[in-house]
Design a binder for this molecule. Sequence first.
Ligand code: ARG
Length: 587
Amino acid sequence: MKNLLDILSEKTGEAFVKAGYDAECGRVTVSNRPDLCEYQCSGALAGAKKYHKAPLQIAGDALENLDKDIFSKAEVCPPGFINLDLSPAFLASFINEMAESESYGYEKASSPKKVVVDYGGANVAKPLHVGHIRSAVIGEAVKRMLRFDGHDVVGDVHLGDWGLQMGLVIVGLKERKPDLPYFDPDFQGEYPEEAPFTISELEEIYPEASARSKEDEDFKKLALEATNELQSGRRGYRALWNHIMNVSVADLKKNYGSLNVDFDLWKGESDVNDIIPVMVEELKQGGYAHESDGALVVDVKEDTDTKEIPPCMILKSDGAALYDTTDLATIKDRMADIKPDSIIYVVDKRQGLHFEQVFRAARKAHMVEPETELTFLGFGTMNGKDGKPFKTRDGGVLRLETLIADTKEEMYKKIREGRPVSDEEARAISEVVAVAALKYGDLTNQASKDYIFDLDKFTSFEGNTGPYILYTIVRIKSIMARYENEGGKDISGVKIMPAANESEKALCMELARFAPSVKGACDELAPHRICGYIYDLANAFNSFYHETPILSEEEERKASLVRLLSLTKGVLETCIDILGFSAPDKM
Ligand code: ARG
């Protein structure tokens, strides 16, 4: 289905052509003076130079040739604008077509791509903390957006499951339980099936070991050794690593699940361990990598660089692989296995340099096709009200679980306040609404910017918040339910009538923005644009609702309005589903 603005631009374009000017001059935009008109065309101003004519004259010529049947107003305004208002009948026909079209008239991408979205990035054996929320929330939205746009998208959590943190857990556990068979190098038997720790224990062991390694050089050395031994295949350590993975991944799935985030692939850094030696050999053979101070590196600087881009580190002087290495090998693995046209990394923007190095090395060594897109979608920090990275009251790192629980609790309080719902019901509703509060609070900010986490604001029913959007949907649901209870007729075949007043027309105009808004968001990988759109749509709906006694209207108009409501609900629900949350039935 064509976009409304394109239809309008075509009409005015034809008028310009008939008057002897370029069709390009007919480009129509939403008016930036809504007090004067709904849409405007400023092509005559741009054409003045080319045609050596006054803009007012050009606009006048075009207006004379304009087919005015779809406009209720079309006039020239100095110094040369054409101001336009749509005819309510035309707008209604557009809205009806939208209501009947698949995906509300959204045109999927003409050439669908195979895309990998690398997001989540949790580190095994460490609890998820607030730093991980943005990757999970933004990545999930980006994945869903691209799917909606018709692409074949694979989401991969890319676990940090292979580095020093694993060695730290191993030596930490050895301190606590030195008699376990995993630490006995001579042990030949079968290792127990049961993990020798719980998730809570695991979450104690890591921070303890990590803190100690910062003070105790010998302890750190042991952890490095254990990491090395694990990576080169020591049997007991591999068995222990499997336990750590199982316990940790089960917990991660639970936590991501509570945020409505799920991954197609649960791969990690460890999955490329076996292809690293092959890759290293290829990098050497191809002459891409060379030795530098004992380490193996790929030079990636380019003549046009304005800042220093250090080489991509492939192997440390002790032969150990690094973060650059696993990411590069993961590209190789994905190209062989998935053959993506595009890989998008949703990672903290402070890792920008790392990805620049990795992308350059991958291109230099021809590990990707020249047309493969490698995109770093870097996000800013979630800060507390003091403007510093979000911390607990005692200055510790806040666990994601705690953050979610706190948000649910706050939501529960707000839902109980003055609402006639049972305790049980309030709990169930707050589960759903809290996820929206958290996710919308994050997604509504441009990803690359830092934002302030403000629990009170995020959970408010008013303003640009998740609960406000959900409340709007719930309001529509309840009007529709009342309509049905009062014996209203089936609206499935009902046509939406031309808008009878301004707020109704404004709502229709917002609905018409659905497809271009979502398309723009997909093209720019910018979920915040969808948030911006549904906030405008929710506002337009609520103004309309306050001015219109929907259920007291006469039968035919009432059915038409309920049809308009159901379209609004459908569009809002589609958008929040793309963003990764849902609405309850009651609130
Ligand atoms: N585990 C990493 C971290 O916590 C994030 C992983 C991001 N993805 C990647 N392909 N490197 O910093």
